[in-house]
Design a protein around this ligand. Sequence first.
Ligand code: C2E
Ligand code: MG
Ligand code: MG
Ligand code: MG
Length: 283
Amino acid sequence: KAKSRGLSQYGFYQPEMAEATAKKTRMEQMLRQALEKNELLLHYQPQICAQTQALVGAEVLVRWQPAGQPMVSPAQFIPLAEETGLIIPIGEWIFRRACEQYVKWRAQGMRDILLSVNVSPHQIEEADFVERFVAIIEETGIDASRVVLEITESLAIQEGEDAIRKLKTLKQRGLQVSMDDFGTGYSSLGVLKLYQVDSLKIAREFIRDLTDDHEQRTIVNAILAMAASMKLKVIAEGVETKEQFDHLRLQGCDWIQGFYFSKPLSAEDFARFAGGGRLFVIA
Ligand code: C2E
Ligand code: MG
Ligand code: MG
Ligand code: MG
């Protein structure tokens, strides 16, 4: 056991590892061409007000459908994109495309919900991150105050001051910042303050066992109480059942996202969802 673990450090002694490396290389080559081949698309998951059940926002979730291959999950290709630097052009495409879609929806009569976009730490690290995002906002004409950047806790450790400064600049332009997957990483109350986040998203891990695990319930209730006292909005993600929804609503959670209300939808299906089953009609 100890010996094989020692060898595997070098990577090339184990056939499974060689195979995994080859697969990764193939996937990387495919991902390099994904943008020009038009294989990426965006889905939008509704975010619902817990109290009124009104639609309040959409989270943008990227999808990759390579020609003649099964769909690849972002949980697989986003880490690869980050490792290879491809997240920079891909992330920029995602942001531009989502803003364009939002502006189109508004022109069709959708009301001004929030548009949440996941942003990788690697994007924020780029020297011209702020300029690129501001340019996209100006070019698409989206109302900046409707844009929410979802950041992750890992950012808090890796990119202290530089990221804080950049996000602050974007916040001055009207954008909002949300801490994604809250509770799974290392962030503290101090980090939420430092990054001046407007909202936090309780990680799915805590929601999953919410109604039958006493400990999870204690954690979720504590997060909700803390957020309320800091005047932060809270979104629960991965809400799948009425029991979870009821518990969160009664504990004062602001917004809900999860299969209980809707899976992530194509742009067209999202518009239909927002219009209560109908596509909007321009008045
Ligand atoms: P995330 O940002 O935490 O996104 C939430 C994930 O939970 C999405 O998975 C969504 O489809 C899934 N989900 C939502 N409601 C439910 C539910 O009720 N039950 C279950 N089981 N799952 C639910 P998805 O789309 O596979 O994305 C996975 C992760 O990939 C995202 O986690 C995010 O970290 C990353 N990702 C997705 N799109 C982008 C993107 O455009 N840019 C970047 N940088 N990362 C992205
Ligand atoms: Mg997210
Ligand atoms: Mg999340
Ligand atoms: Mg995540």
